[in-house]
Design a protein around this ligand. Structure first.
Ligand code: 4NP
Length: 156
């Protein structure tokens, strides 16, 4: 059997978008009975929220969809580029910041998660400063569509 492949989701704070993406990916992988083939985590480009649980609005949206998370925010590091095959950013600033940490010889694929969205909503917008949880629900839906489409490439 082939080795497990790793997917790391990255955003600015690792308390809103990327922990949603990670939890959705893990949920979909479990639903598809693929836990022996994929592992996942999420991380921040910034360090402000290190050690924090996801924002309460992110947790509310996940709970509404029967998805669990106990993620604690952490910062992206050079070792992540050895461990993970795919490192997905949510917006163009994330991609620039990820590439700023990426070691020159790394073979990790750095891409926008939204590149896989069949509805072509390429950018997963930062919902942190928005009022309420509407932006978080939109983030959830984008992550769900994109994670499924990403996995569809490997598992028909
Ligand atoms: P995230 O959202 O990048 O989706 O986790 C943010 C969380 C916190 C901050 C910015 C974005 N912040 O500036 O503290």
């Amino acid at each position: 059997m082939s080795e497990k492949r790793g997917v790391l989701f990255v955003c600015l704070g690792n308390i809103c978008r990327s922990p949603i993406a990670e939890a959705v990916f893990a949920h979909v992988v479990k639903q598809r009975d693929l836990t022996d083939q994929w592992f996942t985590d999420s991380a921040a480009t910034g360090s402000w929220h290190t050690g924090s649980l996801p924002d309460s609005r992110a947790r509310t949206v996940l709970r509404r969809h029967d998805i669990e998370t106990d993620h604690r925010a952490r910062q992206l590091c050079k070792q992540d580029f050895d461990k993970y095959d795919y490192i997905f950013g949510m917006d163009d600033n994330n991609i620039d910041d990820i590439n700023g940490v990426k070691p020159k010889n790394s073979k990790a694929v750095v891409e926008l998660l939204g590149k896989y969205d069949p509805q072509k909503q390429t950018i997963i917008e930062d919902p942190y400063y928005q009022r309420g949880d509407k932006g978080f629900e939109t983030n959830y839906e984008q992550c769900l569509r994109s994670c499924n489409a990403f996995l569809d490439q490997f598992h028909k």
